[in-house]
Design a protein around this ligand. Structure first.
Ligand code: NAD
Ligand code: MG
Length: 398
């Protein structure tokens, strides 16, 4: 059998780089078909020279021509394609077996959906696509027979704790599972006095105590919107009601999540906080491959603590539950408002506590529609972005 061909959507990001690290250790089994980036010319050029993909996609036009020049001068055989249509193409062409969906935010939706429709083995890091359009994505997976494997460490842990033969999208209850315990580190501000939240800087918010990640998900972890998005993600992946999911603070990030069973058993998946473990698991499932992750030393870790999350400290968690119970496009609106709010905070236009206020205002202002068409979802996303951007501008530095 030939090697499996892999497309990495978002290869220059944190998950993309970790995926290439695992693939380089497994070059007898996998080859890279396509790498993609938004506008990082040097990063993508370096990856192309090292991993020799057939195709590189650059979304930004100017960056694409700079990449083309650079690769031609270096004698590279990689073809450079440009634009969002090219992302969809490399996610769905017949020669690709595996798609790692690791673009950040709503920009990942269309290529992720395309991989699902094309029946690929879909390694899902881009949680925003499930939050925006869970019904459409899960439906595409079921219809095409795509294999959906969760990369998000918590969902990958839950999947590992479910019985062999379980397929994402099926209800877990017939397998004897009763509840999910979704662990959260609590991020960098778990103990910061609440009266000092106004002064939080973007760099402080991005300095996660345990995980090294892109800036958007780092801010999401600091507000705990990340856990809110993950509750929504878990409801779709495991066909669960929100009541069956309990969020538990676990500052050490060693237990990546747990599943409780009818007989009282609780299964946990543990490991060092290094995304190469869930990436390697999703690449090799149902087998196992080496990932380069250091062995877990539990004696060195010493203590594993579990605490309830504070709703006052992390209002974004309740906003996610509110959108989940409203259903339809409410979670699309939540995601769009959050993306605008996080960017406004990173750009220094609003303060940290205003992230939750902006999302709250957007959810309150906009009507919820049914989420059964892509056009409807894209319209709700655009409307929420417009409302949230205007809110951020009107209250700059509030
Ligand atoms: P990142 O910011 O490090 O990388 C993002 C990638 O997406 C880059 O390659 C960038 O070029 C590309 N990109 C950005 N905007 C784009 C656009 N408009 N069009 C096309 N490509 C674009 O992000 P990350 O931390 O690697 O996270 C990627 C995804 O994985 C996110 O959905 C995140 O929630 C999820 N995730 C990340 C981690 C982690 O540890 N980093 C863990 C779990 C889930
Ligand atoms: Mg996670």
């Amino acid at each position: 059998m030939g090697r499996e061909r892999v497309t990495i959507l978002g290869s220059t990001g944190s998950i993309g780089v970790s995926t290439l690290d695992v693939l380089a250790r497994q070059s007898d089994r996998f080859e890279v078909h396509a790498l993609t980036a938004h506008a990082n010319v040097e990063g993508l050029a370096e990856q192309c020279l090292e991993h020799r993909p057939a195709v590189a996609v650059m979304v930004d036009r100017e960056a694409a021509s700079a990449l083309r020049d650079l690769l031609v001068r270096a004698g590279s055989a990689t073809t450079v394609l440009v634009g969002e249509e090219a992302l969809v193409e490399v996610a769905s062409v017949p020669e690709v077996d595996v798609v790692m969906a690791a673009i950040v935010g709503a920009a990942g939706l269309l290529p992720t959906l395309a991989a699902a429709h094309a029946g690929k083995r879909l390694l899902l890091a881009n949680k925003e696509s499930l939050v925006m359009s869970g019904a459409l994505l899960m439906d595409a997976v079921t219809r095409s027979g795509a294999k959906l494997l969760p990369v998000d460490s918590e969902h990958n842990a839950i999947f590992q704790c479910l019985p062999a033969g379980y397929i994402c999208g099926e209800p877990v209850h017939p397998h004897g599972a009763e509840r999910i315990l979704l662990t959260a580190s609590g991020g960098p501000f778990r103990e910061r006095p609440l009266d000092r939240f106004d002064d939080i800087t973007p760099d402080e918010a991005c300095a996660h105590p345990n995980w090294d990640m892109g800036r958007k998900i780092s801010v999401d972890s600091a507000t705990m919107m990340n856990k809110g998005l993950e509750v929504i993600e878990a409801c779709w992946l495991f066909a669960l009601e929100p009541e069956a999911i309990q969020v538990v603070l676990h500052p050490q990030s060693i237990v990546h999540s747990m599943v409780t069973y009818a007989d009282g058993s609780v299964l946990a998946q543990m490991g060092n906080p290094d995304m190469r473990t869930p990436i390697a698991h999703s690449l090799a499932w149902p087998g196992r491959i080496a990932s380069g992750v250091a062995p877990l030393d539990l004696v060195k870790a010493g203590r594993l603590e579990f605490l309830p999350p504070s709703r006052e400290r992390f209002p974004c968690l309740d906003l996610a539950y509110r959108a989940l119970s409203a259903g339809g496009t409410a979670t699309t609106i939540l995601n769009a408002a959050n993306e605008i709010a996080v960017q406004a905070f990173l750009d220094g236009r609003i303060r940290f506590p205003a992230i939750a206020r902006l999302i709250d205002a957007t959810l309150t202002a906009l009507p919820v529609q049914s989420a059964d068409s892509l056009d409807g979802i894209l319209a709700a996303d655009a409307e929420a972005r417009e409302y949230a951007s205007a809110w951020a501008t009107a209250r700059a530095s509030a």
